[in-house]
Ligand binder design. Structure first.
Ligand SMILES: Cc1ncc(COP(=O)(O)O)c(C=O)c1O
Length: 478
């Protein structure tokens, strides 16, 4: 006789029991780890995983409880845990409990956002929530919209694709102008889309200098996409968005030509802002002005799995004019046949280049409703305050140098003193990683290597920050 198939996620009793096992395993693993990441480096972690995993595809299964207990435990034991206040290397957020709980509901029901008949309520939620977020980015635009993406990389790629389709008619390739401070995804997007390599404008002071961008534009003709960053990956800096929007507006051929796209002297520039990191400042009454000019962009990338406390993936590409998205329209008879669309079934396929697509918007919808703008703004403010506090501590520590007062939540610092080199900085970081005591990032600025703390944990305390300083000082002169 055949065994019963395992219970489905739709069975609340089974799910709830397995959740108990999962949560116990998460707790056990974290307790054994005892810090922000496992001690012993890659070999120790790989050995524990090898031992726990055994044969990844056994002939006979171990059963749900054992598999969850073993593998969730080893995952948690070997995690770089973004919820630990000394884990502060990357834009790697500690997710909110309520968002993770919402994500469980998304996994259990498994709506797929490629057709209405797989996601009736999920698609209506996405419609409402993306409209609200698009209006947050473009408050005065008559028809803003936003697509849900897997993150900044996909959003930036889509922004370039939309620019290519919008501007690149007449066989003119769109040139992208980016700062040296921009995210690497623009180079890959240009490569993927068959566009010329981006023109890279040096950013010796960390942000784009409008005069340098003006010079780069003067050497170009044809359609251009200028990229500004609101929250650079390395330093958390914000490019001068209003000045760059002015430059784009000025970049036009002589009016006598009517600036026709078929003429060689045709010039047109749009602005894309990569606000993957800084975008959520929009929720903060105090810090929102740092994003002045954002609404003058044509497209804006925002990630809520960075300064928005969502489990990945929670990316958005906001567009000032929904009409720009029409080029993504696509028909597949089994998903959005014309007669179904004419009969009123929403056509979702053109809202992504993916087909099967998780309802990633659910956790965001739950978060927005649970916390409101004010609650999210307070979380942003708390992290911004922590960064200022860490900068104060660095300034007071005689053995450390601060690169600059932080703009967002990134703090760059390094040990100083005779004999301290970039090699010392790199070694401090690796020592803390190997000992499992702190997770700090690295960034090059000013021709030197710096330790990078990216503070995204609103629960981090002053004591945690002081401990971070003590750990770096203690690892410097060993
Ligand atoms: C400014 C910026 N843009 C885009 C990205 C890419 O985002 P994702 O990793 O979500 O694709 C990052 C990642 O850190 C980033 O810092």
């Amino acid at each position: 006789m055949r065994a019963e198939p395992p219970p489905l996620a739709a069975d609340p009793t089974a799910l709830s029991r397995l959740l108990g096992t999962t949560l116990d395993a998460l707790r056990d693993g974290a307790r054994t780890r005892g810090g922000p990441l496992p001690a012993g480096g890659p070999e120790a972690v790989a050995r524990r995983v090898r031992e726990a995993l055994g044969e990844p595809l056994p002939e006979t299964g171990h059963g749900a409880d054992e598999a969850l207990r073993t593998l969730v435990r080893v995952l948690a034991e070997g995690a770089a845990d973004p919820a630990h206040p000394l884990c502060a290397a990357h834009l790697h957020t500690p997710p909110l409990a309520l968002a993770a709980a919402a994500d469980l509901a998304a996994s259990a029901l498994n709506p797929s956002m490629d057709s209405w008949d797989q996601a009736p309520a999920a698609s209506a939620i996405e419609d409402r929530v993306t409209a609200a977020l698009a209006a947050e980015v473009f408050p005065d635009a008559p028809r803003p919209d936003a697509l849900v993406t897997t993150g900044g990389t996909e959003s930036n790629q889509l922004a370039l694709l939309l620019a290519r389709e919008r501007q690149g008619r007449q066989g003119r390739a769109v040139r992208t102008v980016v700062g040296a401070n921009a995210h690497h995804s623009f180079q890959r997007a240009a490569w993927l889309l068959g566009l010329p390599e981006p023109v890279v404008v040096p950013t010796p002071r960390g942000t784009l200098d409008p005069a340098a961008v003006r010079e780069a534009l003067a050497a170009l003709s044809g359609p251009v996409l200028v990229v500004a960053t609101a929250g650079t990956t390395d330093e958390g800096l914000i490019d001068p968005i209003p000045a760059l929007a002015d430059l784009c507006a000025d970049y036009r051929a002589d009016d006598r030509t009517d600036n026709r796209a078929d003429l060689p002297e045709y010039r047109h520039a749009d602005l894309h802002v990569d606000a993957a990191y800084g975008g959520p400042l929009l929720f903060s009454r105090t810090h929102r002005p740092l994003l002045d000019g954002l609404a003058r962009a044509r497209t804006v990338t925002v990630d809520l799995h960075k300064l928005g406390w969502q489990p990945a993936a929670a990316g958005l590409l906001a567009v000032r004019d929904a009409a720009d998205l029409a080029v993504l329209g696509h028909t597949a008879a089994y998903l959005n046949a014309d007669d179904d669309t004419e009969a009123g079934l929403p056509d979702l396929l053109g809202r992504s280049l993916r087909t099967t697509r998780r309802p990633d918007v659910l956790k965001t919808a739950v978060t927005l409703r649970a916390l409101g703008r004010a609650g999210l703004g307070e979380l942003v403010d708390a992290c911004m305050d922590r960064a200022q506090e860490l900068a104060d501590l660095v300034e007071k520590a005689p053995g450390l140098d601060l690169r600059a007062r932080p703009t967002l939540t990134t703090v760059l610092f390094r040990p100083n003193g005779p004999g301290v080199t970039d090699g010392t900085v790199a070694a401090v970081r690796r020592t803390l990683l190997a000992e499992g005591r702190a997770v700090l990032g690295r960034a090059e600025a000013d021709g030197r290597l710096w330790l990078k703390a990216t503070l995204l944990n609103p629960h981090a305390t002053s004591g945690d920050l002081a401990q971070l300083i003590t750990l770096v000082e203690g690892s410097t002169h060993r």
